[in-house]
Write a protein that binds this ligand. Sequence first.
Ligand code: ZN
Length: 67
Amino acid sequence: MKPQPATRIRTCRACGRRYEYPLKGNLATRHHCDECVHVAPDIRRIVEKLSARIQALEKALEMQGGG
Ligand SMILES: [Zn+2]
């Protein structure tokens, strides 16, 4: 029996979803979940940019503290 690779929780670059990688029978890659992996690369690039901006905004909001 082959040792199984350790699965890790990863965050999708495109949609921000958390997913396990690698999972058997799952097409997810290191940077994209199994849903975003089907998105056309040029569109995915745009989505990734938007996602990065949202993350930056979320961080900026967190920095303001409180809640
Ligand atoms: Zn995704």
